[in-house]
Design a protein around this ligand. Sequence first.
Ligand code: ARG
Length: 281
Amino acid sequence: MTKSPPVDRLFDSPYILMCPPRFYGIEYEINPWMSRERQADHALATQQWNALFQILQSTGATIELVEPQPGLPDLVFTANAAMVFGRRCYLSRFRHQQRQGEEQHFRATLANLGFDVEELPSDFYFEGAGDALFCGETLFAGYRIRSTARSLQEIARRIDRAVICLELVDSRFYHLDTCFCPLSPHQAIWFPPAFDEYGQRVLRQSIPDLIELDETEAAAFAANAVVVGRQVVTNSGCPKLAAALRSRGFEPIETPLSEFGKAGGSAKCLTLRLDGEEAFR
Ligand code: ARG
């Protein structure tokens, strides 16, 4: 009997890709958060990752795992594996050589799960869901620091969806998912100073309900949230966001992710939603 591929479960329950932090550490510096002098505590990172895993499981999500690989400390950040669109996914092409070795592992994992893995030309940079998030029918895409605008335009052409390219202007918020998080087709979290004036205007015009972060919570990665149904999982230390979420009927869940902040990542970066984001339509 032929077993249907796991990707067929797509629509049954939230479906998420993660990678255990066995080889996680700060081994190079490719964003302003990373310093080899400020090493992650490996035992604590493992504990924090396990807690996130358990919270996501308790929301009803099914979690698939990428096999950790020595020499690829950032493989834990599965948001950067690809952008998923139905049964298709667009594999990342990392800007930094230090992460390029991850591509083959993400490719194999996603193909094994039953996805059609599409690739961009080799001279394109694209960092997956880290820079490409749907809010409603529109793809919002961050560019300049990691992904390039033409990658995002090429993907939008292939999936026949409108794309809004947003220039990221603050190197601390180098991926779109560090400063923008769709909650539903008409709601999102954002940190305005991470965008240029055009980006701020277009976000205000396109999304009716925007929750604005202050500098402190933005720097605690409050925008790097995992949305599963009405539950919104973030790093701890985001009380203002939590209040804003509660007042809108969401259930904020905070969990400490300090050791991943040292690599410039948090809750959302550690996950890739395989069945389409909550805010996707
Ligand atoms: N150290 C990683 C990098 O700089 C962190 C990636 C965080 N991922 C994300 N989706 N924002 O590439």
